[in-house]
Design a binder for this molecule. Structure first.
Ligand SMILES: Cc1ncc(COP(=O)(O)O)c(C=O)c1O
Length: 364
């Protein structure tokens, strides 16, 4: 197959799905795929069997969730515009407003579906200021219990997203304790609570049964249906970006230029200044793997290889699903990676190829 392409491996995805199904079963929580993280709908047929639906951050996402995933569809957005609210409501089972201002503005229009509000407990597990929902002056949700109590007649539940890449169960447990301390009077009046995403409970060694037990206890204490919104946890380690070496150079370091671009095809790594991951990343030959865009810092990272790299060699960049395919862009007009799925029998099926027409039509 011609590189570059994203390769989703169903057998790896299934490992995450089975853990999600286990947590649902043990805890009674429902799990909604966060489309902001992963929205590659060709694989939804499989995910639908293990998850309860989707949650969204915009009109386009809520529509995609409704049309391509089905089941339960939650709508959330930092702010809805007047011209989109009717269509959002038409696609959603629940709508979660980010502020009391948005609730005031649109609660009438959304009165036919379940309505909720985002709460901000002002603590989070984020190590990046950029992604920290509890950062100073955060616009993400309401925190004043007295103000929220006044609108309880119009809402039946809450969404609280304050875990970010959190692989530490004890930290999750402590932060949920803080949420309970701060918001107990509100939680007791709620029928449902979504605890958002950012909990890496499908990772290796995560104490998944303690996690399920904690969710069940929370649900029982307040009499609420708990929801989880796993993005990264749903698709972690399921997908690679397959690239080929186009050129090698030596500039004090060995460089290998590949037919992809971190700026265009794995942008999140660049934003958070993180290296891509390669496996096995072992051997005596160290190379800086670089993208082909004009950006000087278009660098995937430095990795060790068994052999010297030469033109045409294939490299698999690991963990390329979350916040990656949803952010791919046409910078430099670099060829957009195709999307392929490795089926359970090992065969590979291409589900999407992008052409010049897609590039041209992305602008006018
Ligand atoms: C409200 C909400 N739900 C769910 C998620 C998904 O988080 P993750 O992909 O880290 O699980 C996010 C991520 O930003 C979010 O903001």
């Amino acid at each position: 197959m011609q590189t570059p392409y994203y390769l989703i491996d169903k057998s790896k995805l299934l490992q995450n799905m089975e853990k999600i199904a286990h947590v649902r079963e043990k805890s009674g929580a429902k799990a909604l795929l966060a489309l902001k993280c992963f929205a590659t709908w060709s694989i939804f047929d499989l995910m639908r069997e293990y998850m309860d639906g989707t949650t969204s951050s915009s009109l386009n996402e809520v529509r995609l969730g409704h049309e391509r995933f089905g089941k339960e569809t939650h709508a959330y957005s930092v702010a809805y515009a007047d011209y989109e609210i009717d269509e959002v409501v038409s696609h959603a089972d629940k709508i979660i407003f980010n502020s009391i201002g948005q609730l005031d503005r649109f609660s009438e229009k959304a009165s036919g579906i379940v309505r909720g509000l985002r709460l901000n407990p002002q603590v989070s597990s984020s190590s990046f200021d950029l992604a920290d929902p509890a950062r100073p002056f955060s616009r993400l949700g309401e925190w004043d219990v007295a103000r929220v109590e006044k609108v309880m007649d119009r809402i039946s539940g809450f969404m609280i997203h304050n875990n970010c890449e959190n692989a530490d169960f004890d930290l999750f447990d402590r932060m949920l304790g803080t949420i309970e301390e701060r918001f107990a009077p509100l939680l007791r009046k709620a029928e449902w609570v979504s605890l958002g995403g950012g909990i890496h409970f499908t990772g290796e060694d995560y104490p998944i049964d303690r996690f399920a037990e904690r969710l069940k206890r929370f649900s029982g204490e307040y009499g609420v249906q708990v929801y989880l919104e796993p993005g990264e946890a749903s698709i972690t380690k399921s997908t690679t970006l397959e690239v080929s070496v186009l050129d090698t150079l030596y500039n004090g370091k060995n460089l290998a230029i590949v037919d992809s671009s971190i700026e265009a095809h794995m942008l999140d790594l660049l934003i958070y200044r993180e290296s891509a991951k390669l496996a096995p990343n072992k051997g005596p030959h160290r190379y800086m793997v670089c993208g082909k865009s004009c950006l000087a810092g278009d660098i995937f990272g430095e990795f060790d290889f068994e052999h010297e790299l030469k033109v045409g060699d294939r490299i698999s960049i690991q963990d390329a699903a979350g916040y990656t395919m949803v952010k791919k862009n046409w910078f430099n007009g670099v060829k957009m990676p195709a999307i392929a799925i490795r089926e359970l029998d090992g065969s590979i099926r291409t589900v999407r190829e992008f052409t010049y027409a897609d590039y041209e039509q992305s602008l006018s």
